[in-house]
Design a protein around this ligand. Sequence first.
Ligand SMILES: [Zn+2]
Length: 310
Amino acid sequence: MNMIVIRSTGGIDKSKSWEQITSDQSFVLDLNPKQEKLLSIFGYYEIADKKRCGLSTCHAPHIKGYLVTTESGVKTNIGHQCGTNHFNIDFQQLVNDFHKFMEFEVAKETILKTKSEYSETKDKIDKILNGQRGAKWANKKLSQTFDKSKVGESAAKILSDLRRSSSGELYIQGKASEAEVEMQLKNNPKMHRDDAKFIDRSVGIVQYVDVIVERDKLKNLLITDSLEVLNAVFQCDIGNTSTPDLKSLAKKANQIQKNISESETFVLRAKKFLAHENLKPIRLKLEKDKQYSIKDSEHFITFLESIYKD
Ligand SMILES: [Zn+2]
């Protein structure tokens, strides 16, 4: 990724192109380090299309470098090594100071931008959280699939097995046809003939099971990693925040929009999981598998009916 950061009066300027910088009258492409004294670093760049070092004694092409100014006001670009080797100055100290300044300013910029978008972002989060069939609804309903008192003990057990299943496919045991008995014995020579009289038949596949496996993710994406970060940014007093703290907050703030869109995708997947048609295999298993009672399927149907009620 190409980037050029220039120190400006208000902070940093990232808008300048390489052409704009080098077309400055005081910028030279061939500076003799023996005739000039280095004064300061005014910019840093990373450009994939290598740039030649501006020192007449070097001219080595490099990807990263510093924009420097001399005591006589001449500007050029040099690599890290050249600054140290060709000038009688503690270049490493200048580099450290510039990076520290740059990191603080980049973080500050992120914080200010996030602050300016506060209401807009908060509205977006609120809508996803509290909207009809939103994140709160999805989280509540997904949690209820773990709750025996909501889905019934048998459905809770089936759902718990589903969480560990990779396919989401549900089966019931049925009577095998003669051909199926022979086929099962052929495939499993050690199988007893009495056991081969029964066969597992699929009643369908429950999709999007990952939403119940990862249901806490929704809370993290929207609350911990978006809303709480947004509020921390809102309350952040930049002038009284240390650079490491500001950097850490800016890093989190940069993730907010990504987290929001991930949570939207998650809610959509939760809706697809909670669709009656998707959960039908559970109902069929409860109805058709002899190990379950009518009460089991009735309990689960009550849950199905409750899904879209609140
Ligand atoms: Zn050089």
